[in-house]
Design a protein around this ligand. Structure first.
Ligand code: SF4
Ligand code: SF4
Length: 355
């Protein structure tokens, strides 16, 4: 509830409470169904691999500048593969923690997750696992089951995150077996399950049919009481079963600013990019926030209604602030007779840097 109040305040101030950063354009894997490298991910012909990304001090300082400009409450570090930049993350993560920001690193665990990360406050590490070992190893080599188990050893707060595809949904018993296997791993604190979210018009082996979705959601509901590490409560599952028709109905999309590997190009409408088929969305983060939005306060008002109203107020606040900043900047330029300063790309994330 405290997070909701802080997020509400941020929205009223014209800010988005969550930031998602594609930290690097690099990844040693080539997973089927990966949305990061799909054509159209960034909304045009330019792909993530065409962008200029950063390394070393420059990456750390640019991310901190972006965080300073956006002032998010929650930061997701996604890929590419974030562990490609593990040295930079080892400097960045403690700084985010020191600012009281909750950070989530989403990784394939293709290399060891530094053990010192286990003691960073407000950090969660989510490892993406594509079903049971034979299927996962075929899809995600070199980040195989054996490697993941070695690379998370010694940790205690790992989230095992599986995105259920149609193939997995139709192999009887896979979901329960997956939850059972990862429940027994000491490093794993919780298990999250998403459903594969297709792009509009996508015909792929991963895409679930409505019947598949309903069956998986019902099974997750049935498994919950037997597997305490499976954190998929009834409210979240109900939200997952009834996704919005478009990004306009998605609180997650409207409250998260997603940026690609040049720290400037926005990823819209959500971190999936492209034209996601919202009506088939299975993103557990979006469902989790939608579940919060469905809660009713005493008096019956839904939290989602308050968020919608606050987003409209926040948009006006933001426009007003930008107007004042532009006028202030214009006066300074007129006073000094100097041309406008070049835009700092790291702190101007809404610049579309397609190149
Ligand atoms: S690890 Fe992630 S970014 Fe890399 S190919 Fe797989 S899904 Fe895509
Ligand atoms: S998270 Fe899901 S519902 Fe929200 S914009 Fe993305 S695809 Fe649509």
């Amino acid at each position: 509830m405290i997070w909701v109040v802080r997020a509400w305040h941020a929205i009223l101030m014209g800010r988005r409470p969550a930031l998602s950063v594609e930290l690097t354009r690099e990844c040693p894997l080539s997973c089927p169904g990966c949305y990061t490298y799909q054509a159209g991910h960034l909304g045009g012909a330019v792909g993530v691999r065409d962008l200029t990304d950063f390394t070393g001090d420059e990456l750390v300082e640019r991310v901190m500048a972006l965080v300073g400009a956006e002032r998010p409450l929650h930061v997701s570090i996604v890929g590419g593969e974030p562990l490609v930049r593990y040295r930079e993350l080892s400097r960045l993560l403690p700084r985010l923690s020191a600012r009281g920001i909750h950070t989530q690193v989403v990784t394939s665990a293709v290399r060891p997750i530094p053990i010192e990360w286990a003691s960073i406050r407000n950090l969660s590490i989510s490892v993406s696992i594509d079903g049971l070992q034979p299927q996962h190893d075929a899809r995600r080599a070199p980040a195989t089951y054996d490697r993941i188990l070695r690379h998370i050893d010694g940790h205690s707060g790992i989230t095992a995150h599986c995105t259920v595809t149609r193939q997995m949904a139709r192999r009887g018993g896979d979901i329960e077996a997956f939850v059972s296997v990862w429940s027994k791993v000491p490093a794993v604190r919780r298990i999250w399950m998403s459903l594969y979210t297709p792009q509009v018009g996508e015909l792929s082996d991963e895409r679930l049919e409505p019947d598949d979705r309903a069956r998986v959601i019902a099974e997750l509901g049935r498994l919950g009481p037997a597997f305490p590490k499976l954190r998929m409560g009834p409210e979240l599952l109900a939200a997952m079963a009834a996704p919005p028709d478009s990004p306009d109905g998605c609180i997650f999309a409207k409250t998260t600013f997603c940026v690609s590997a040049d720290l400037a190009t926005p990823v819209t409408p959500c971190q999936l990019g492209g034209r996601p088929d919202c009506a088939s969305c299975g993103c557990m983060a979006a469902a989790g926030i939608a579940a919060i939005g469905r809660h009713r306060l005493p008096g019956g008002l839904r939290i989602g209604r308050i968020f919608d109203w606050s987003l409209r107020v926040g948009a006006r606040t933001r426009r007003l602030r930008e107007f004042v900043q532009r006028r202030h900047h214009g006066r300074r330029t007129a006073d000094t007779g100097q041309p406008e300063e070049p835009v700092n790309r790291a702190t101007s994330p809404r610049t579309n840097a397609a190149r």
